[in-house]
Design a protein around this ligand. Structure first.
Ligand SMILES: Cc1cc2nc3c(=O)[nH]c(=O)nc-3n(C[C@H](O)[C@H](O)[C@H](O)COP(=O)(O)O)c2cc1C
Length: 191
């Protein structure tokens, strides 16, 4: 599979098989992640891998965070649904920004770090998605972890800003392509 084929074939996967994912495959996708470009080659990404033995704890923490947000009267978006997906993914990788300290007490993600660092980390996450695609794994890039931002950071013992999570496993669905805006709607050629 070449790069363009992997880009075209990748989908967000929200149903995973129970089959465990070997650590070596997680090494492969993380090695792809750390080959991403980064502003000033700062490589601000940090990854915490949560495997099945800690999955129940992860989902409990995520749900506690979501409950807290709900008690405070905030909207929950798709977060409960996402927590359910995470509960079935053999692996979830949490992604942190090494260049930004986490301020304890932050309920949700508020301050975007340096925009260049966040772009670099986005590139690393995309590499995870494409490398996983290449080796037959499905992925879901997750922003809903922000609903449990503070709780997750505390649970993982992290001092840095959380950027996202990626759930990974063997796909148990084959979704078709999701709609995209028309090319001409998003691209303007300057002439
Ligand atoms: C930054 C980011 C955050 C996302 N967060 C979530 C999430 O929390 N839950 C979820 O189910 N999907 C999440 N997604 C997946 C998007 O919904 C998905 O990429 C989009 O609908 C297009 O579908 P496709 O990835 O299959 O092309 C996220 C994607 C990105 C890039």
């Amino acid at each position: 599979m070449n790069t363009l084929e992997a880009i075209a074939a990748r989908r967000s996967i929200r149903r995973f098989k129970d089959t465990p994912v070997p650590d070596e495959m997680i090494h492969t996708v993380l090695r792809a992640a750390i080959q991403a470009p980064s502003g000033k080659n700062r490589q601000p990404w940090r990854f915490v891998v949560v495997r099945e033995d800690k999955r129940d704890d992860m989902v409990r923490i995520m749900r506690e965070g979501i409950d807290r947000v709900e008690e405070l009267g905030h909207g929950l978006g798709s977060s409960r649904w996402t927590a359910k997906i995470m509960a079935h993914a053999p692996v979830t990788i949490f992604v942190f920004n090494d260049a930004q300290e986490h301020t304890p007490g932050n309920l949700m993600w508020d301050e975007p770090g340096d925009v260049v660092d966040v772009q670099s980390i986005g590139a690393a996450i995309q590499n995870i998605l494409l490398a996983a695609q290449e080796i037959g794994l499905g992925t879901l890039w997750i922003g809903d972890v922000f609903y449990a931002y503070d709780r997750i950071i505390e649970w993982l013992g992290e001092g840095h800003q959380m950027i996202a999570a990626v759930s990974i496993g063997y796909p148990d669905e084959q979704p078709g392509p999701r709609p995209r805006k028309a090319f001409d709607e998003v691209v303007r050629w300057l002439d």
